[in-house]
Structures are given as structure tokens and as C-alpha cells.
Design a protein around this ligand. Sequence first.
Ligand SMILES: *[C@@H]1O[C@H](CO)[C@@H](O)[C@H](O)[C@H]1NC(C)=O
Ligand SMILES: *[C@@H]1O[C@H](CO)[C@@H](O)[C@H](O)[C@H]1NC(C)=O
Ligand SMILES: *[C@@H]1O[C@H](CO)[C@@H](O)[C@H](O)[C@H]1NC(C)=O
Ligand SMILES: *[C@@H]1O[C@H](CO)[C@@H](O)[C@H](O)[C@H]1NC(C)=O
Ligand SMILES: *[C@@H]1O[C@H](CO)[C@@H](O)[C@H](O)[C@H]1NC(C)=O
Ligand SMILES: *[C@@H]1O[C@H](CO)[C@@H](O)[C@H](O)[C@H]1NC(C)=O
Ligand SMILES: *[C@@H]1O[C@H](CO)[C@@H](O)[C@H](O)[C@H]1NC(C)=O
Ligand SMILES: *[C@@H]1O[C@H](CO)[C@@H](O)[C@H](O)[C@H]1NC(C)=O
Ligand SMILES: *[C@@H]1O[C@H](CO)[C@@H](O)[C@H](O)[C@H]1NC(C)=O
Ligand SMILES: *[C@@H]1O[C@H](CO)[C@@H](O)[C@H](O)[C@H]1NC(C)=O
Ligand SMILES: *[C@@H]1O[C@H](CO)[C@@H](O)[C@H](O)[C@H]1NC(C)=O
Ligand SMILES: *[C@@H]1O[C@H](CO)[C@@H](O)[C@H](O)[C@H]1NC(C)=O
Ligand SMILES: [Zn+2]
Length: 501
Amino acid sequence: MKGAVAIAALAATTSASPYFSKRQANEAACKRLPLVDSKALQDSIKPEALLKGAQALQDFAYAHPERNRLFGGAGHNDTVNYLVEELEALDGYYKVEKQEWHSLAQVNGTASLLINGTDYNPNVMEYSPSGNVTAPIVVVNNLGCNSSDYPSTVRGNIALISRGTCEFGLKSVLAGQAGAAGAIVYNNAAGSLNGTLGPPRPQGPYIPTVFIAGENGTALRTALTGGASLIGDLDTWSLIENRTTYNVLATSNCGALNTTLMLGAHTDSVAEGPGINDDGSGTIGILEVAKQLAKYKVNNAVRFGFWSGEEAGLLGSTYYVNNLSPAELANVRAYLNFDMIASPNYIYAIYDGDGSSFNLTGPPGSAEIEEFFEKWFAGAGQNFTATEFSGRSDYQAFIDNGIPAGGTFTGAEEIKTPEDAGKFGGTAGIATDPNYHQAGDTVDNLNRTAFELNAKAIAAAVAEYATTFDGLPPKSLQKRRVSLWEKARRRVPKKGMKGSL
Ligand SMILES: *[C@@H]1O[C@H](CO)[C@@H](O)[C@H](O)[C@H]1NC(C)=O
Ligand SMILES: *[C@@H]1O[C@H](CO)[C@@H](O)[C@H](O)[C@H]1NC(C)=O
Ligand SMILES: *[C@@H]1O[C@H](CO)[C@@H](O)[C@H](O)[C@H]1NC(C)=O
Ligand SMILES: *[C@@H]1O[C@H](CO)[C@@H](O)[C@H](O)[C@H]1NC(C)=O
Ligand SMILES: *[C@@H]1O[C@H](CO)[C@@H](O)[C@H](O)[C@H]1NC(C)=O
Ligand SMILES: *[C@@H]1O[C@H](CO)[C@@H](O)[C@H](O)[C@H]1NC(C)=O
Ligand SMILES: *[C@@H]1O[C@H](CO)[C@@H](O)[C@H](O)[C@H]1NC(C)=O
Ligand SMILES: *[C@@H]1O[C@H](CO)[C@@H](O)[C@H](O)[C@H]1NC(C)=O
Ligand SMILES: *[C@@H]1O[C@H](CO)[C@@H](O)[C@H](O)[C@H]1NC(C)=O
Ligand SMILES: *[C@@H]1O[C@H](CO)[C@@H](O)[C@H](O)[C@H]1NC(C)=O
Ligand SMILES: *[C@@H]1O[C@H](CO)[C@@H](O)[C@H](O)[C@H]1NC(C)=O
Ligand SMILES: *[C@@H]1O[C@H](CO)[C@@H](O)[C@H](O)[C@H]1NC(C)=O
Ligand SMILES: [Zn+2]
């Protein structure tokens, strides 16, 4: 198999290179194909093929003891190899590349915390080191965001710190610098959450750190400031690996590269399960469209991006965009994202490109892409709704660089409203995907109706924009200015995502 190809090398491609002559030969071959036809492309999307692809991904997860497709692990490697094979089998219609990158990954972890024998049900912070500490608990002043908040008595002991203002990672580093052997961060609201310290930071190393519920933390603080003495037995276990992984990119060998349509879906899952709706559905949805498109000529080049490391923080798509030259970035005319398109209790949601629902507008052209999908769902006799550009999927690096974006989404952990149950059927009062980020995210729990309809919507959008971008206003290459308001909103951790603050 072909080794890793650095995408940046494309920038240096000259007209004398083998790639260019291969492309010219392919252009000639393309001319003999019929121009892509929207109805024909949509009709070629078959539910059996979608389910077969989803089953293949699930089999990759279940072929290994961890039963997931966490990026760079065995089940994910199999996914990447499968995509390359499927795309390379299309008679050279696509130039297929594996883009290699590396990142630390929290592969597994657990924690326990007994305080004077009572269990506090902690969650281990992602990226916490492993360690066992038995020592007195010492209250940290204020919010633990300044080294002066740490009393000298934390040395050798366990620091008790409130959530708030600064990142969990900074609190862990500052506690360590003050000599603490472990840290407990407690919520500043009721309940608990799963948090992340974030990848290692330049300020210094982390110490074993866990998170506990707000009620429990304030009770401990009250007892300690009242003079009680409490002994904590804190154990953390984290398996952190430096993983090598790949984005897979498939670019049609015909169509104008300076007006490339890009599509993306992520190939990795969380550790808890095989990730078949999230995002096996998007992966297979765009793969199936890529396969069917190979029968047609296109005016604009089409590039499919299969991103790794989305669940660890949009790592693959961000790496890809950050490594594009300005000229390559300018060639990307629009980006379409598909992350979860077969949710069991689905809604038909379209990214809110015009900002009319969530007050967060995509780059110029995003409104028109939203409108394209709205018309398509209306034409299919279906209701639709909007979903926010919330920074929760791989469109983020594209919209941050002024590339118009859009796409569809059928729902994750959000509770279905009675209004949406009226519009889409299903069950109000439960999540749109009750298996989100869990072991139950399997082929059996996909909604096939939603899967097929969304895959056809992808086909329709590809047929449209592979033919013409006339419906979009001129592209502005301005980096988006991100308002403080948007930044603040992005920092609010959402259920199922590991918040860092
Ligand atoms: C995490 O580790 C536990 C204990 O070793 C193991 O039972 C579990 O299967 C692991 N989970 C994953 C996703 O690897
Ligand atoms: C996955 O692929 C990477 C990169 O080739 C390799 O380093 C790693 O060992 C593979 N992991 C497994 C579990 O096969
Ligand atoms: C913590 O203690 C457990 C036994 O309670 C042991 O298996 C583990 O290796 C210890 N971890 C560290 C990092 O010392
Ligand atoms: C930390 O506290 C010290 C002393 O109270 C103060 O001078 C300093 O500005 C604070 N640093 C930050 C980052 O808030
Ligand atoms: C934290 O993650 C664990 C393991 O996936 C899960 O069981 C638990 O419900 C999560 N807790 C919260 C508060 O999200
Ligand atoms: C933690 O708080 C919850 C909710 O108030 C409570 O049910 C639980 O008993 C507390 N745990 C401890 C160890 O105090
Ligand atoms: C916790 O245990 C320690 C050591 O046994 C003891 O000195 C302390 O009084 C206990 N604290 C409470 C509140 O029971
Ligand atoms: C991970 O491995 C890669 C390749 O071996 C290396 O370049 C990188 O520095 C490593 N990262 C860390 C955080 O160790
Ligand atoms: C793309 O390249 C073609 C041929 O070189 C040129 O005619 C066209 O104006 C270019 N389009 C854009 C958007 O740059
Ligand atoms: C809409 O967003 C802007 C910033 O982009 C903000 O100033 C304004 O308050 C927001 N409006 C509403 C109604 O939230
Ligand atoms: C669209 O929503 C309305 C209620 O808002 C509902 O009456 C209608 O049946 C829905 N249409 C479809 C095709 O589900
Ligand atoms: C998909 O959802 C529709 C509408 O809620 C429902 O009628 C159908 O039974 C579901 N199909 C599957 C396979 O879950
Ligand atoms: Zn996802």
C-alpha cells in the first residue's frame, strides 16, 4: 500500500509532475462520462449499501477487545484501511491520500476516591496521570486559578478546588507546583461532569486529578473550614498513548480544482462504543455518494475528507485545514459536514448558515447552502429544523477560515421536544439519540429512514455543487472574527462532551 502522502506537497506540484499528467489523462476520461445528474445520483443511493457499510464499521470495532473505533486504535485503523481500499477500487476516479498526524489520546481511565471511608464517585479527568495518594485534604482558596490561592499546607496533600473561571488543566498544574500530591475539583453547580485537563500544557505537569459533584465538594469544604480533619484515598488510572493516525482524502480526478467542493465526516468513535451513528452514518453516507459519483463527470472537483480524531477535539479536520497553503485554502469553494445522520429518534436538522435560529452565521454562502437543503427536504415532503454551528463538529476549522459550510444532522443527546415529535415522529422527552457516545450506538439502533433520506440529501448537494456554484455569493477569504459572545458560548461544556473549564 501507498505510504503517507503529505498534503502540503500538492502545493509544490508543477505541470511536469506525474500527478498533473495523470490528471490530464483522467480529464480526458471524464469527458466521456455523462455530467452528474441529481435524480440519478440520488436514486443510486440504496439503503442496503448504507447498512452494509455501517455493519463493516461495527465489525471492525467488535473484532478487537476494546470494541470501539477510538482514533489510532485497531478498530479505527481497520476503518481507515477500508476507506482507502473502497476509494481506490473506483478505477482511479479519485486521488486517494492518507494524511498522517499524531496526538496523545486518553484511551481508558478510572478513578476512585474514598474520604474517611466514604465513596465520592469521582470521574477521572481526561489526561490526568495515574497515581495513588492517601493524604489529608486541604481547601484551596478562591478558585485556584492563581498560585497564591494554594496554602503551603497543600504540600504532600490533596488539594480541594472549586470549578470556575480558569481551565481544569491550570488548576491541576498550579496544585502540582504548590507540591500537592493529588487534586479534587468539585462542580460549582449541582451534579458532576466528565472533564478534561486538555493535552499537556507548557506551564508544567499535571497531578492525579478527579472531578466530583458540586453538593459533595461544598459539603467537604464546609466541614474542612469548620475544622474537621479528612483523609482522602485517591486512586487514578489513565492509559494515555501517543497515537499515529490518518485522515483519508479522496479528490476527484476531474472537475476544476480551483472550485473544489469538500465534504467531511469523522471516522473515529469514542471509547465507550463502536460509534455507528456517530459517525459511522456520516462516513458511510459520504462514502456511498463518493462511490456513486464515480460514474459521472463533474465541473467542479469534489474532495471527500474522512477525519480522524474528531471526538478528541476536531483534531483531524483542524490539522488538515491548518496545513493547507493559502492557495489550497482558496481552492475550497464550500464544505459540507455530516456527523450523525441516522439517529434513532431523529430530527431533520440543517446547519443554521444564515444565523436565523441561533444568531451565529456561517461565512457568506452558508445561508444559501442551508436554503438548498431546506428546499430539498421540503421537496421530499419532509419537515426540517435548524442546528447550531456550535463548534461541535468538523466544520469549525473551515468556517473559521471563511469557507461557506452546511450539512445535515439528525440529533445527539438533546431531548426531543413535543414540537419536534409532531414534526418528525418519534418520542418526545427522550434524547434524539439515546445511545449517543455509548456502547448501544450500533447498526441495530440506526434509523434507516433517516439514514437513507440524509444520504440522498448528500447526493443532491453533491450533484448541485459539483455542477455549479452559481447559487453561492462570491467567496470572501476573510478569517472569521469570532465574537466574545461566541467564544463564551463555545466554552460551555455540553453533555457528552468533556468540558475543560
Ligand atoms: C478499560 O479498562 C478496563 C479495565 O482494564 C477494561 O475492562 C475495559 O474494557 C477498558 N475499556 C476500553 C474501552 O478499552
Ligand atoms: C494503528 O496504526 C498506527 C499507524 O500505522 C500504528 O502505529 C498502530 O500500531 C496501529 N494500532 C494497532 C492497534 O494496530
Ligand atoms: C495504585 O494501587 C493499585 C492497587 O490498589 C495498584 O494496582 C496500582 O498499580 C497503583 N497505581 C500506581 C500508579 O501506583
Ligand atoms: C495572582 O495573585 C497575585 C497576588 O495576589 C497578583 O499580584 C497577581 O496579579 C495574580 N495573578 C493573576 C494571573 O491573577
Ligand atoms: C462520565 O463518563 C462515564 C463513563 O463514560 C459515564 O458512565 C458517566 O455517566 C459520565 N458522567 C457524566 C456526569 O456525564
Ligand atoms: C454527594 O451528593 C449527592 C447529591 O446530593 C448525595 O446523594 C451523595 O450522598 C453525596 N455523596 C457523599 C459521599 O456525600
Ligand atoms: C477522618 O479520619 C481521620 C483519620 O482516621 C480522623 O483523624 C478524623 O477525625 C476523621 N474525620 C472525620 C470527620 O471523621
Ligand atoms: C508522538 O509521536 C510522534 C511521532 O513519533 C512525535 O513526533 C511526537 O513528538 C510525539 N508526541 C508526543 C507528545 O510525545
Ligand atoms: C479557475 O481556473 C479557471 C481556468 O484556469 C479560470 O478560468 C477560473 O476563472 C478560475 N476560477 C476561480 C474561481 O479562480
Ligand atoms: C447575537 O450575536 C451578537 C454577537 O455576534 C451579540 O452581540 C448579540 O447580543 C446576539 N443577539 C442575541 C439576541 O443573542
Ligand atoms: C410536519 O409537521 C406537522 C406538525 O408540525 C405535522 O402535522 C406533519 O405531519 C409533519 N409532516 C411530516 C411529513 O412528518
Ligand atoms: C425510523 O423512524 C420512523 C419514524 O419515527 C419509524 O416509523 C421507523 O420505525 C424507524 N425505523 C427504524 C428502523 O428504527
Ligand atoms: Zn460525531
